[in-house]
Write a protein that binds this ligand. Structure first.
Ligand code: IPD
Ligand code: CA
Length: 252
């Protein structure tokens, strides 16, 4: 199952890598800073079409669709390009994120960064992998490690709270980073390069695949109240190794 998803996601990555003049390929703009390009739509259309051939019983939820779904047992949750602003400016840090869910549990997840050729993948109960090699979260404390954060420019209601928390995290940790792709941030925690990633108001397609990859790598994926993430709505989330998580929640 996972290999078919990986092959299809890799094919979709070719659309990302073939893109040119991305900034003039913007087709929609919701608010001032929320962009969609023709490539986001093309990657999503390709994934929906190709995955439906292998999983005819599944329904599809994607960042670039209306998402009027009828709650079938098997559902894909897809972000065709996570990091669209990076993509538009050729910052070269954007990912394709594909999660397969069964009755609201993620059973398979793939996050692909075509620029670095990194494929992060996991199946429930079978561990997490980077390009086929097993990965685990780090053993570092947050106080000895790196913290990643995100905050969406098109949700200004989250800005002050996020930067207030970030200030505390910056003082507490070794340093902070922002990649501009939440899916990639989660996977960098999963493979032990960073210790914590946090962001308010993330959508299911930003985090569904990454959540399984992180958990299978031994990490914790919870909302700010310490509860399981609900993939039917936006969530305030923290992804961390277990030791760093305990330190992080003292700063919340
Ligand atoms: C965004 C990225 C970004 C995060 C935003 C997301 P998009 O996704 O993941 O890192 O801070 O909240 O919306 O719009 O580029 O697919
Ligand atoms: Ca996204």
């Amino acid at each position: 199952m996972i290999n078919r998803i990986i092959e299809t996601v890799k094919e979709a990555g070719k659309i990302v890598l073939s893109a040119h003049n991305q900034e003039s390929a913007v087709t929609a703009k919701e608010g001032k800073k929320n962009f969609v390009t023709k490539y986001d739509v093309a990657v999503q259309d390709f994934l929906f079409k190709e995955l439906a051939k292998d999983f005819p019983e599944a329904e599809f939820v994607g960042e670039e669709s209306e998402n009027d779904f009828e709650s079938k047992a098997l559902r894909f949750i897809i972000d065709p390009i996570d990091g669209t602003t990076n993509f538009m400016q050729d910052f070269r840090c954007s990912c394709i994120s594909v999660a397969l869910c069964k009755e609201n549990n993620v059973i398979a997840g793939v996050v692909y960064n075509p620029y670095t050729n990194e494929i992060f993948s996991a199946e429930k109960g079978k561990g997490a992998y980077l390009n086929g090699a097993p990965i685990t979260v780090s053993e570092r404390l947050l106080s000895d490690g790196l913290a990643l954060f995100g905050t969406s420019p098109y949700h200004p209601e989250n800005t002050d709270a996020t930067f207030a928390l970030l200030r505390k995290v910056f003082d507490f940790s070794r340093d902070i980073r922002r990649s501009g792709s939440a899916a990639y941030d989660i996977c960098t925690v999963a493979c032990g390069r960073c210790e914590v990633f946090f962001e308010k108001g993330l959508q299911p397609w930003d985090i569904a695949a990454g959540t399984l990859i992180l958990e299978e790598a031994g990490g914790k994926a919870l909302n700010y109240d310490g509860e399981e993430i609900d993939f039917s709505k936006p969530n305030d989330v923290v992804f961390a190794n277990p030791k760093a998580y305990e330190e992080f929640i003292t700063l919340l």
